[in-house]
Design a binder for this molecule. Structure first.
Ligand SMILES: [Zn+2]
Length: 255
């Protein structure tokens, strides 16, 4: 069957003399591995459409039960030059792709995950500052799309609105077992961990704003780092087989 779809290139590997094997995240088929014959030939027709992070329209020859599909055509839709030409943003771009690779395995379409990835890459492409906020926003959306959402708006015990000033009165705690935060009037769960109020506020803010706005939130490196650790831990708790996301160690978020 000939299949046309759109994809983001997650990984690319040389294969044989002139070919490449790519991992794609496609709009209509989810994650896929494809072989591209002649991709590395001197006059390849593919241009930058097969580069990692590129957003491309692709045509494939798909056979069910075959692990590696054959890609025959790829046309660049968006290269995200604002990401690939800025080393700092590029590291965050790799982190977005790696989180998707680490958490999504099966070959099935998940349009929400696809849209979240594409809109986050577009926001990162345009982000003049605070790329860390885009990664945090992306992780909140990824967690939501996987059905593992964290409620950063209400106390998990009494449902108090955490945006009210007295609800956190100097401290907040997060319980993985309860899947959320508790206010200062409620007893924290046995597994609760102290979390800075700034971190809870940032997660709540990001959760209620579009990704394109996320770079306008001023966030201390400490809160950004705490939020990232919390979201990552939450993913790992629910997806024990999740791989280590190596590109995180390259981010200067922790400085
Ligand atoms: Zn409460």
């Amino acid at each position: 069957m000939i299949a046309k779809t759109e994809a983001i290139v997650l990984r690319s590997m040389k294969y044989g003399e002139t070919s490449r094997i790519l991992t794609l995240y496609t709009r209509d088929f989810g994650r896929m591995s494809v072989i591209v014959k002649g991709a590395r030939a001197a006059k390849s027709k593919f241009g930058m459409a097969l580069d990692v992070m590129s957003h491309s329209a692709v045509v494939m020859y798909v056979k069910e039960q075959r692990e590696l599909q054959l890609l025959t055509q790829a046309d660049l839709i968006e290269q995200y030059r604002g990401i690939v030409e800025h080393p700092e943003r590029l590291m965050y771009g790799f982190a977005l792709l790696e989180f998707l690779s680490a958490t999504v395995h099966g070959e099935e379409a998940h349009e929400e995950l696809y849209e979240v990835l594409v809109s986050s890459l577009a926001a990162l492409d345009a982000a003049e500052a605070r790329p860390a906020n885009i990664l945090l926003h992306y992780l909140l959306r990824l967690i939501h799309a996987l059905g593992l959402a964290i409620d950063a708006r209400h106390c998990t015990r009494c449902r108090a609105d955490l945006s009210h000033e007295q609800a956190l009165r100097g401290h907040a705690s997060f319980s993985e077992r309860q899947g959320g935060f508790t206010c200062s009037d409620c007893l924290p769960a046995a597994d609760a961990k102290r979390v800075a109020i700034e971190t809870v506020g940032a997660l709540r803010w990001l959760d209620t704003h579009a990704v394109a706005q996320s770079a306008t939130l001023a966030l201390s490196p400490r809160a950004a780092s705490e939020a990232l650790q919390l979201l990552q831990q939450h993913l790992r708790e629910h997806l024990p087989e999740m791989r280590q996301v190596k590109s995180l160690s390259m981010l200067d978020l922790f400085s």
